[in-house]
Design a binder for this molecule. Structure first.
Ligand SMILES: [Zn+2]
Length: 329
């Protein structure tokens, strides 16, 4: 193909792309109609056990957590979602809920469909970051974030000064995912991380078998935050067929809740770095697809790459148009 044709093709590609809502100031990530055929088996009526969080998961958003995140920069040792006063740093089911008392269970999203609306104040770059995170779920999993149009259960993405936090799974009714600006919308992995909580996942290092894979260094943990390193009960958890994943976007960083800038958690195997927030790992993708009974196999998964810079906006466009790997094709 001559360069003229390539140039023409790119011109049509880009001019066509600019008509898509991703470029506009609308809030929705529009998806192609065939993307709605998300190939999920079953009704997604599963429950998710959150009993290991106990009463800690229920509370009120706090400005103290917001102050910490306001001081976060990309050169900080820990991730912003590890700075909150919430259960494990960023898990919060706001009180009061319609249900009585504390529930030990939460729910999956039926059919993997998650109605959402962005109501926080984000600049264009930050909105694009949120859209890119959602586009990753659409590209790699069967989950579908659809614009909120009065559905009973939905996510609202907020930007209050209360840190980065989310509930776990579908708690019923309107539920918030808070992404304080700019700290929680600086890295795509933080957005992916909070959405993964809302989708139904916990932190990787709270897996029951984690002591086989990481050392927790209790001497370095800030007093009063030791609870954040609790493990889930083995009999209540489901690993969805994915072994312990150092690359998970749900793994704490090495300095999470450190009192002295020394490591609080380190891999037992050398050569791994914990707490990446570049993208979903292969394990993250598989777990989502297994929880939601989706047969999709993701490719081009950023969380497993070696800190490569993203391929930029053109790469993003290319991937969103051509990079999808639908299992039906
Ligand atoms: Zn988290």
């Amino acid at each position: 193909m001559s360069t003229t044709y390539v140039a023409l093709f790119l011109f049509f590609l880009l001019s066509g792309y600019s008509a898509l809502p991703l470029e506009g100031d609308g809030e929705d990530v529009d998806i192609a109609p065939d993307d709605l055929d998300n190939s999920i088996d079953g009704d997604g009526d599963g429950t998710i056990d959150i009993s290991h969080l106990g009463a800690n998961a229920y509370g009120t958003p706090t400005n103290e957590s917001g102050h910490s995140v306001a001081n976060w920069t990309e050169s900080s040792l820990m991730n912003p979602e590890e700075m909150g006063e919430y259960a494990e740093g960023d898990i919060l089911i706001p009180k009061p809920r319609g249900r009585n008392g504390i529930s030990h269970e939460t729910l999956r999203w039926p059919g993997g469909i998650i109605p959402y609306v962005i109501e926080g104040h984000f600049n264009q770059q930050q909105r694009d970051m949120i859209r890119m995170a959602i586009a990753d779920y659409h590209r790699l999993t069967c989950l579908r974030f659809v614009p909120y149009k009065g559905q009973q259960d939905y996510i609202t993405i907020q930007s209050r000064n209360t840190g980065c936090w989310s509930s776990v799974g579908r708690i019923g009714g309107r539920q918030e995912v808070n992404l304080q600006s700019p700290g929680c919308v600086t890295k795509k992995g933080t957005v992916l991380h909070e959405l993964l909580h809302a989708i139904g996942f916990m932190h990787e290092q709270s897996r029951p078998e984690r002591d086989d894979f990481v050392n927790i260094i209790y001497n370095n943990i800030r007093p009063g935050t030791e609870n954040n390193f609790r493990k889930e009960d083995k009999k209540n958890t489901n690993d969805f067929g994915v072994s312990y994943d150092y690359n998970s976007v749900m793994h704490y960083s090495e300095y999470a809740f450190s009192r002295n800038s020394q490591k609080t958690i380190e891999p037992k195997v050398s050569g791994y770095k914990l707490g990446q927030r570049e993208g979903l790992s292969r394990g993250d993708v598989r777990k989502v697809n297994n929880m939601y009974k989706c047969k999709k196999e993701g490719t081009d998964i950023e969380g497993d790459k070696k800190r490569e810079p993203s391929t930029g906006w053109l790469g993003g466009i290319w991937q969103s148009l051509f990079g999808g790997n639908k299992d039906s094709e």
